[in-house]
Each structure stands twice: as C-alpha cells, then as structure tokens.
Design a protein around this ligand. Sequence first.
Ligand SMILES: [Zn+2]
Length: 406
Amino acid sequence: MSNSRAFSSEDYTVGWICPLPCELAAAVSMLDERHSPPLAQCNVDDNNYVLGRIGAHNVVMTCLPGGSKGKVAAAVAATRMTVTFGSLRFLLLVGTAGGVPNGKDVRLGDVIISHPDTRCGGVVQYDFGKTVQEGRFVHTTTLNKPPRVLRNAVSALLVQYMCRPAALSIQLSQIVKKAGYSRPDSETDVLYESSHDHPLEAKTCFRCDTNKSLQRPARSWDGPVAHLGVVASGDQVMRWATRRDELWGELKMDCFEMEAAGLMDDFPCLVIRGISNYADSHKNNAWRQYAAAAAAAYARELLGIVPGGLAAKIPSIVRGEMDSGKEMTVVRGLLWRATPDGMDDGVAKQQPSLVSGKTFAHAGPEGFMDCDSIEPDCPITDMEVFDAPPPGLGSPESGSVPHSPV
Ligand SMILES: [Zn+2]
C-alpha cells in the first residue's frame, strides 16, 4: 500500500538500518504503508532510502552500500541518515547474525535483541582491547546500552507474551508468512559439534558427518524465538566454532555481527538480529532470508509497543540529548566521564562496565548510586575519578564493584 501524501523529512522519527539488501527487502515487507520518495537529501547524504509507516511511526530505512560492511560503514550511513532526517528519535539495526548456541537454546531463525545485563550494555566489541603479558588479550571497551524508550518497549513486549511463551513466536511466524517468507525445513537446522569442521572448499554440508551433529529437543512450535542477549560486534566474519566457543567462555555473547559497534556509542540504538547460521565453518545462506524476516517482524512488533506520541516527545538524535546522557559509570575502577561533543551542561554518557556490569552515578549529597536505580533525570552534580570503589558500594570480592585499574 502506498501513500501519495507529501511528507517532509521532519515527519520521520524512526531510523531503520539494515547491513544487507536482502535484509532491507525483509524490512520493507513489514511496512503498513509506503511513502513516495524522493525527499531532498543533504549534499553529503548518498544513502538510498525507503520511506513508510509502521503503526504510528513514520520510518526511514536504508541498507549499506554494496560491498560495504562493518562498523564504519554503519556509522557513516547512520550519520548521513540523521543529517537528512533531523527528527529521528532512535535507530534500529536490523539484520542477520551468526548465533552462539552455547548458552541459550539459540536456533536458526531465532531473534537476538541486544539487552543490557550485569556485564555490558548489550553489545560488546570483542576485537577491541589490548595485548598484555604472555600474549593475553584484554577487552577494554564498553558500549552504550539502548535508549530507555526501547528498553521499556522490549520489556513491555516481554510482559505481553510472558504468560504465553509461544504466542510471540506464533505472532512473528504469522507476520513473516504474511510478508511472503517461508521457513526452511527444520531438518536443515543442523548444529555440528564444535570440533567437526566443514571440509575446505566444499559448498554444501553433503560430506559433513551427521553423526557429529548435536541432538536437541524438538520445539513444540516452528516459529522464531526471541532472546534478549548480548551481541558481539567485530570487524571479521566469525565462522569457526573453536574460536566462537573460546570467546563465549569469556564474554557469554549470543550472536556475532559486524555493525553494532559503530552505532551504540553515538546513536540511541537497539540491535535486532535474526540467526542465520551458527558462526561456524558450516555457515551458509539457506536461512538468511527467513532470519532477516524474523528480525524485521520482531522490530515491527516492537514499534507497535512504542506509542507514536511518546516517540515524538523524545529529543531528536541531532540535538544530542540521548536519554542515557545523564549517567556516569565505573569502568575497571575508574569513574568515566564521556561528555558528548558540544555539550557542556554537566551530563555524561553512560558506559556500563564489562568487568562488573555495574554503572554508578554521582547523585549529589546522597553519594554514589547504582545507575539502574536512579531516574534518568537525576541531576549529576559532581564528577570525580576513582581508582578504588566508592565507599558503601560493596567490596571488590562481592563482584559488585570492579577494583583493578585499567
Ligand atoms: Zn558442513
């Protein structure tokens, strides 16, 4: 369905970025209404956009240029999008990823949503850090968590379906089917033992040993399961189970992708990824389209939770007033202040600690507080740098506060 009404760039409040064209095609199939391009774009913006509406939200969609992938390409596309569409409130990064089946029961076609936990803000840049004695690699960066409005929506969607665990899966299945995507046969969802590598140069798994596949209990439904989890982002395609498992032992991530690390610190953004492979040497594209559609269907459901009026009240991205802007954090014993460029109003960007998972903010005369327990507009009145935990926040042994300096 199309709408011939003339829209201005200021009418769009949601940005939707897909790394791949096939992921954008799935996204477009989720639109309730498609708007007529083109709109005037700023001189530096060479993105190609699809405009439309999902529920109460006018959405602008784009994918990365052919041959481009990774965090830099994603950051460039997002920057140009937000320049042309100055009223965008938040971004959704929606696409496919390699799943990590070690922790959660992640299967092909499932959806991972970046979600803060006790260790990070939902996305870890697994290849950023430093090499120290004995060649040991130490991760030294953390990335912002999704904006409050999207975390609220994720929780609301969770609550909506909590009493009926299969209902969301069935709903996503129906959306995907209505959009014209069919689910590959469940028998093609094969998870091999980590030690069983795919033969080099073999185009299919015909020669792979099915006796080396893991037997998992059948699900009572075939639809996508949505998992809140940790997204590992880096500049390489992960397709070796041995390395996948090594990193999981350290970071406990639920999927691998290549773009989120370019967006999380500079844009209010949620990552939604459909699982199209297991990040191992057997990786192929058989599930990619379905996984892309499943992720897009979840994004559509999520937007249905966010009231249009609420989105309009959130400051736009270009004003630099992210909802996480009034928090500070302790990262490895240091209280970080990361003031957004151009802002001198005493606010600081929140960066949860990979080590402790705790974030702390100075809250005036009351002392330091756990950021998760304070309101977003709690005033930040002072900032200091510590090389030891602030008093009253627990001992290092408790794991609640990090204590080793960076
Ligand atoms: Zn194989």
